[in-house]
Design a binder for this molecule. Structure first.
Ligand code: APR
Length: 250
């Protein structure tokens, strides 16, 4: 069945259809599109991060082995960019929804920035890691880190064992964090709401099919249809800051 497609200039009928029920259990998946209106580049498309950088040079274990300085320069730049921006209306709308739904709300983000937290979200899982954490390649314990490492002589070493410290980011070829916890949440949800992701990076792009098999409601919001559009029940075309503030409880 084809998804229902509407625009963010919603009629009253569409707004009513989009409402969540007070006893819904909401699983939200966000992607780079949610932070786009704060001024952070998405990955794909013109102006995207993967237009100016080759994934294989900066975001794979092989890249790290070949040139840790280049990798750290890339993530230091992203730290600078993320520190310079503020959460937008979409981040705030999701935090407000969490206030209403409390423990019936779960946010899984592919984003490594901290804009959801800065908008007040609490129950949040960064499946692709966190920009403001680093970890020793041996001890593997993540720790908070807002430093910039841009030259070979400043690359960080573990205080305990002296091994190199890497960004706490899930690179291509690595397994996203706590997949078991994510699937447990997906199993309990009654609505899956996906926002601002191109739907081409797995396993996140596969959540909608799992939700579909369970028969729960699936909604996508973003300015264009994602690659996995056919798997959604409803698609709302519009920017995250236009659509999300209109999402309310019945
Ligand atoms: N509001 C909502 N969505 C938007 C907006 C906006 N204002 N602007 C752009 N988008 C949408 C685009 O239409 C696109 O579908 O955001 C999506 C961004 O897609 P990608 O750049 O592919 O980002 P994402 O899907 O989050 O990437 C997934 O890939 O590179 C890896 O690990 C990285 O987490 C990332 C993963």
């Amino acid at each position: 069945m084809q998804p229902t497609i509407s625009t963010s200039f919603l009629s009253q009928h569409d707004r009513d259809a989009m409402k969540l029920l007070a006893n819904d259990r909401l699983f939200v998946l966000t992607g780079a599109g949610v932070s786009a209106e704060s001024g952070l580049a998405t990955f794909r498309g013109s102006g995207g991060l993967w237009n100016g950088h080759r994934v294989e040079d900066v975001a794979t274990p092989e890249a790290w082995d070949a040139d840790p300085e280049l990798v750290w320069r890339f993530y230091s730049m992203r730290r600078r960019d993320a520190l310079a921006v503020e959460p937008n209306a979409a981040h705030f709308a999701l935090a407000a929804l969490e206030d209403q739904l409390a423990d019936r709300y779960y946010l899984c983000t592919q984003n490594v920035d901290d804009l959801h937290e800065r908008a007040g979200s609490r129950n949040i899982h960064h499946m692709h890691g966190s920009l403001f954490q680093s970890r020793c390649v041996e001890c593997e314990r993540p720790f908070g880190d807002r430093s910039f490492y841009e030259t070979a002589s400043t690359l960080p070493k573990c205080r305990d064992c002296g091994s190199p410290v890497r960004p706490h980011i899930v690179w291509f070829g690595e397994i996203p964090l706590d997949m078991e916890g994510i699937y447990a949440q997906l199993d309990r949800a009654t609505v899956l709401l996906v926002i601002g992701t191109s739907g081409c990076v797995y396993p996140a792009a596969g959540f909608v099919r799992i939700a579909r098999q369970r028969g729960i409601r699936t909604i996508y919001a973003g300015p264009e249809e994602p690659e996995n559009a056919e798997a959604f029940d409803e698609i709302i075309l519009g920017a995250a800051t236009e659509v999300l503030p209109k999402l309310t409880l019945k």
